[in-house]
Ligand binder design. Structure first.
Ligand code: BGC
Length: 255
């Protein structure tokens, strides 16, 4: 197990891609702190699944768009497991609104949950890792839309574009501390964020046909990339994004 004895935090960890990341990290031997804001029963069931794997997990109800909550989240990891090795800034939402109709409240919500949380999550995790003195990994779950426009989802694209530069800049700044900062850019994944598309056969067909691999990803196909990046095999990867998108960003109708 490549992550034996490591301690990880996963924000937005009790559903979607986050839930899968929590399970994959635990399977590799990590103890995991599961951040969540709703559905405590889903967190409880994850904690039980992880106990059955012989690892330990704890759920923490923290709103990562608030810096005080993030501080508390990291303090809980240190209190419970003694240290922090892997910070996964995964929590994310989207409004599917365009430049023309996004409200101030929608803009603030998306930017705070997606980008502000990743910025301060990176800052606070790095401060703890520097105190420990032996490096660490910070993994930002972004999207193909960190670099690829999604018309009708403008605030989301902005937030992911910000995470792209956060990853690059923090990766450079924190390199002297051997803290590696990497982005994981999923394409379309079968999670609650994509339910509208998945429940509309015509829309799903349109999406699948835009993906060279011809299908959406399963959450485990993203979690496995995150787990690799958290482990010893990724010791030279920093300040960049690894895309797991079925080729969607390179898709072409051949015209
Ligand atoms: C978005 C989805 C979108 C997918 C592929 C994801 O980051 O959350 O709404 O379908 O990218 O474009």
């Amino acid at each position: 197990m490549s992550l034996q004895g490591k301690v990880a935090i996963v924000t937005g960890g009790n559903s979607g891609i986050g839930m899968s990341i929590v399970l994959e990290l635990a399977k590799q031997g990590a103890n995991v702190v599961i951040d969540f804001v709703s559905h405590p029963e889903a967190t409880d069931s994850l904690v039980k699944q992880i106990a059955a794997l012989g690892e330990q997990a704890v759920g923490v109800d923290a709103n990562v768009s608030k810096v005080d909550d993030l501080r508390m989240l990291i303090a809980k990891a240190v209190e419970k497991f003694g240290r922090l090795d892997i910070m996964v800034n995964n929590a994310g939402v989207e409004t599917r609104t365009s430049i023309l109709d996004t409200t101030e409240a929608q803009y603030d919500k998306v930017l705070e949950i997606n980008l502000k949380s990743a910025f301060f999550g990176t800052q606070l995790a790095a401060q703890q890792m520097i105190k420990q003195g032996d490096g660490g990994r910070i993994i930002n779950v972004t999207s193909v839309h960190e670099d690829w426009p999604m018309p009708g989802n403008t605030p989301y694209c902005l937030s992911k574009g910000g995470m792209r530069m956060l990853t690059r800049t923090a990766g450079v700044e924190l390199a002297p501390h051997n803290i590696l900062v990497v982005g994981v850019g999923p394409g379309a994944v079968a999670t609650p964020i994509n339910l509208t598309t998945m429940n509309d056969p015509a829309l799903l067909k349109k999406l699948d046909s835009a993906i060279p691999l011809g299908r959406m990803a399963q959450p485990t196909e993203i979690a496995s990339v995150v787990t690799f990046l958290a482990g010893p095999g990724a010791s030279y990867v920093t300040a960049t994004t690894i895309f797991a998108d079925g080729g969607i960003m390179q898709g072409s109708p051949g015209l």
